[in-house]
Design a protein around this ligand. Structure first.
Ligand SMILES: Cc1ncc(COP(=O)(O)O)c(C=O)c1O
Length: 933
């Protein structure tokens, strides 16, 4: 292929590359077929133009490769329209179906399939059933481009019949090209770097250069040639940490291998050493990611003849397959499901409660894959993972700062452990009846208030949902840095139930809890970290004054010598990866984990079933394998799909009249977007603009989570969701009063986009027709409905406060409370009362007292967060919100009996964490709202 300069659009416009690549091949194919159908016509120019558009990007992929592209060029030059048509059809078909990965004939220029394949190894890429996994290996060397075909051929000759996998080489000649290939080509699994490579690409890649200098601090001028290889390895690892990197050098390999700066390199080879060693290592590295110890073990177990003489009749499936009445279950699921149902923890199958064998190894592999120190498998969803973390790291009387809007498992986790929640509020998005995320300023204020009141030592943990249901992603690093500046040993529980996939996106990874933890650990060892802290000390002193107003306005720097990186991340693997329902993990990266190790074992014993499902565990193992090998590509595609949906809806003349997708500018107030990022679709937005937002903005919108406003089409969220499910078989995620949440994931294809657009068009056309036919009255009715949904929205109530009975110091500024005591107080029915929501008594009590104190959690769906928690004083705005909320499903509220309240006269003895009971006080709260938040 040529190395001429091409448009920046083409090479380093990294958003949507794989879809755009396929589109260009489809276009080329259409043009080639048109020319073939009419060889005498002027189709050749169109083919040449379409081929130019396919362009230089192909240099970074093994298929079709230089040989096929050369043949194509020759046929075009020779005017062979029919030959061009045949070849392009085959090439584009092979690319789309992926058949080039196992059909060696696809690589052949000759149209009639495999003849002799002089420069490939015919014996190893067989067609048909015996498919070996295929991948590509990037070779980065300074060898002249003219030699690359020969080098590639030498590499192919290393293949052996025994190899369990097969790879094709992709050859590039510079650091910039290697980075480009790493970003563009998701099939690359390993990288071999020859020392002495140049830095600049011969292509025009201004965005990439900007990215490397601005965001990766690559200083090309001061980089010594001998450091280019290691620098490249470091950069590649930041983009795709899962790749194996090998360095070939003629320097002292022993020294390099022992250099911590080269620790990201899997092996260093002496350049003239046997290339076969490199080949074997490449295969071994990928095989290590491929191996799924627990899943493999389960498959092995299934294949053994085993008789069971204990419980679990479903095991081995005989009671099903032989049954007159339930055989269809066996037919539906297939026998393997039952063969793999086992309660055995012997015979090598290992125990999830105390793993020592394959489950242990599978957990270790998962930890490595996501950058954690340890991972615990959980077979009852992140609901249980969260409770396990509370159980293990908090105890009665500890304070946990929590987003009130967090998943109910956190609230219940605190009921179980006795930790006291100090709720902080997310910014409201009242017009859509939902919440955003919690501003860092609010969190800092909470910590500073506790410091001012002398209770900072009681704060153990901060928990936040990242990303939120609606896609708000925290600046995890900044949150941790600033909190650690106030409380250096604070634990962070990042609930990443929805965000597990983000690990495999270089754009999103730094914003995960673990991604930020890795960056913080690296940062705190640098001289710059201490210098930044000492500079802050000269300004603010070394003991921050909680009353100093500057603390809320500036970015606080923690003391790198004192801070501890203590991160727990919980992830519903089943929500974003190929894992069976309920498969979840707790990931740990806690420098002080030793304090909690035994408590964690207890937490596993308390919460894990003694009959964990072997299939779920196996699917956790397999999901990890998939993500380590193709997660990058799949996540990139999920993001592309979401961008395509956004683009199509915005551009469609009819759909856009009734529906619109909320951009970052609508989802995140401007004060939290200092980069000025508006939306992925804003003209001029490219991945570098998104990178800047990712780096600077307090909240970033996860592109895969799309809020579609349907109130403007006259639908409330729930009705619209039901309509799509019942009439069109389209399933959506959550709803709000006037919107629905769509989510793209690694399972979606572009056909799904087409389907969704078709459905939205049909619904829009139906509205158009109705409005046209119904005349003025219908239009007035429609406008009123839209206004009701979009404008007459209830205000979102903030958390009020706990009743004084559940507060150790009702006079304190901070509002943490003993929710557990309130929770159990409600078990005494005689101490509770019920008042219907519509009753006038509620209004009277609100006006004159005594105060209404909730006996339990009340959680309406949507929006799905608790508007009341046990012990909370219910205020007028909460009642107004509930009355206005026209939803059917309200957990914790019994419509027949009304609100369950703890009677005012109830006397409680609550524990304050020190084992003493404190007396109820009933002082009126006089603090300002700003102070509380
Ligand atoms: C933020 C958050 N955390 C935790 C959970 C619970 O996860 P699971 O369904 O895996 O139990 C959910 C479920 O929706 C959630 O949204």
């Amino acid at each position: 292929m040529t190395t001429t300069k091409t448009g920046a659009e083409q090479l380093d416009h990294f958003f949507s590359t794989s879809a755009a690549r396929m589109d260009r091949w489809r276009e080329l194919n259409a043009k080639a077929q048109a020319w073939a159908a009419s060889p005498q016509g002027d189709g050749r120019a169109a083919v040449e133009e379409a081929l130019a558009a396919v362009g230089t990007i192909e240099d970074f992929f093994a298929y079709p490769g230089p040989r096929l592209m050369k043949t194509l060029q020759e046929r075009i030059s020779g005017g062979d329209a029919l030959g061009v048509g045949r070849l392009v059809r085959r090439m584009s078909g092979s690319l789309l179906s992926g058949s080039y990965r196992y059909e060696s004939s696809e690589w052949e220029p000759a149209d009639d399939g495999v003849q002799n394949i002089p420069d490939r190894s015919p014996s190893v890429m067989e067609s048909g059933e015996a498919r070996r996994p295929y991948f590509e290996t990037l070779f980065v060397s300074a060898a002249p481009a003219a030699n690359r075909a020969r080098i590639a051929q030498e590499i192919r000759r290393l293949r052996r019949v025994e190899d369990e996998m097969v790879y094709e080489p992709v050859l590039v000649g510079s650091l910039e090209d290697a980075i480009t290939a790493t970003i563009l080509n998701g099939k690359i699994e390993a990288v071999v770097i020859y020392d002495g490579i140049p830095i600049p690409s011969q292509h025009d890649v201004p965005l990439l250069r900007d990215f490397l200098t601005t965001y990766q601090q690559l200083d090309t001028k001061s980089l010594a040639p001998r450091d280019v290889g290691i620098t490249l390895a470091r950069l590649i690892k930041r983009i795709r940490p899962e790749l194996d990197i090998y360095l070939l050098t003629d320097r002292e390999v022993e020294k390099l291998a022992g250099d911590p700066a080269a620790s990201m390199i899997r092996r260093v080879f002496y350049e003239v050493e046997e290339l076969m060693e490199v080949h074997l290592n490449i295969l071994e590295g990928v095989a290590d990611r491929f191996s799924t110890p627990h899943f493999d073990n389960l498959k092995h177990y299934v294949s053994r003849p085993i008789s069971t003489f204990h419980a679990l009749p479903i095991a081995r499936g005989k009671s099903i397959i032989k049954s007159n009445w339930i055989r269809d279950m066996g037919e539906f699921y297939g026998l393997n499901l039952f063969l793999a149902e086992t309660s055995a923890t012997t015979g090598g199958l290992d125990s999830m409660l105390e793993p020592t064998g394959t489950i242990k190894v599978a957990q270790e592999k998962f930890a490595r894959a996501i950058g954690a120190d340890q991972v615990f498998f959980v077979t009852n969803g992140t609901s249980t993972s969260n409770k396990m973390v509370y159980q293990a790291v908090t105890k009665p009387g500890d304070i946990v700062i929590a987003d009130r809007n967090c998943h109910k498992s956190h609230h219940y986790g605190m009921v179980l452990s006795g930790a006291q929640p100090l709720y902080v509020e997310a910014f409201p998005m009242t017009e859509y009846s939902m919440y955003g995320a919690v501003p860092l300023r609010t969190i800092k204020q909470a910590l500073l208030n506790l410091k001012a009141e002398g209770r900072l030592d009681r704060v153990v943990m901060l928990t936040l949902t990242n990303c939120t249901f609606d896609g708000h992603v925290y600046h995890t690093r900044r949150v941790m840095e600033e909190c650690l500046a106030i409380k250096p040993d604070l634990i962070f529980l990042w609930d990443e139930a929805w965000f597990g996939f983000a690990r495999w996106s270089p754009l999103l990874r730094p914003r995960t809890g673990l991604g930020a933890a890795a960056a913080l650990e690296e940062w705190k060892k640098t001289p710059a970290a201490l210098a930044a802290y000492l500079a802050q000390v000269t300004e603010l002193g070394d003991d921050l004054d909680p009353k100093d107003p500057r603390l809320l306005k500036r970015r606080l720097v923690p003391d790198p010598r004192k801070m501890r990186v203590r991160v727990y991340e919980t992830t519903s693997v089943h929500k974003s990866m190929s894992c069976l329902r309920q498969g979840s993990i707790v990931a740990v990266r806690d420098e002080d984990y030793a304090h909690h190790a035994s408590a964690f074992r207890e937490a596993v014993f308390i919460h894990a079933s003694t009959s964990p499902n072997a299939q779920i565990i196996a699917s956790l193992d397999v999901a990890r394998r998939q993500m380590e090998l193709e997660g990058y590509e799949l996540v990139m595609r999920a993001i592309e799909i979401s961008l395509a949906i956004r683009r199509e809806i915005a551009a469609h003349p009819i759909i856009s009249k009734y529906f619109h997708m909320l951009g970052a500018d609508a989802m995140v107030p401007a004060e939290f977007r200092p980069s000025g990022f508006k939306d992925f679709l804003t003209p001029g937005t490219n991945w570098l603009v998104a990178q800047k937002a990712m780096q600077e903005d307090e909240f970033f919108l996860d592109p895969t989570r799309m809020t579609l406003v349907c109130g403007t089409a006259g639908f409330d969220g729930t009705s619209f969701k039901n309509l799509l499910a019942s009439k069109y078989n389209v399933q959506l995620n959550k709803t709000s009063r006037n919107s629905v949440l769509l989510q793209s994931n690694i399972n979606n294809t572009r056909s799904d986009v087409a389907m969704l657009i078709k459905v939205l068009l049909e619904v829009s056309m139906e509205i158009e027709g109705r409005l046209a036919e119904g005349g003025d009255s219908e239009r007035t009715r429609f406008a009123a409905r839209v206004k009701n949904l979009m404008e007459d929205v209830p205000n979102l109530p903030n958390f009020s406060r706990f009743d004084d009975r559940y507060r150790e110091d009702p006079d304190s500024i901070t509002l943490e409370g003993d929710m557990r005591t309130a929770f159990f107080a409600a078990y005494e029915e005689n101490d509770c009362e019920y008042i219907p929501l519509s009753s006038k008594l509620i209004d009277e009590r609100l006006a004159k007292g005594p105060e209404l104190v909730s006996a339990n959690f009340v959680i309406p769906y949507p929006p799905g967060f608790p508007i009341m928690v046990p012990g909370q004083v219910i205020e007028a705005d909460t009642i107004e919100f509930m009355r206005k909320l026209d939803v059917k499903e309200i957990h914790g509220y019994n419509n027949a009996r009304g609100l369950k309240l703890i009677k005012p006269s109830k006397i409680v003895h609550h524990t304050n964490g020190k084992g003493t009971a404190s007396k109820p006080k009933h002082k009126k709260q006089t603090r300002s709202h700003a102070l509380r938040r």
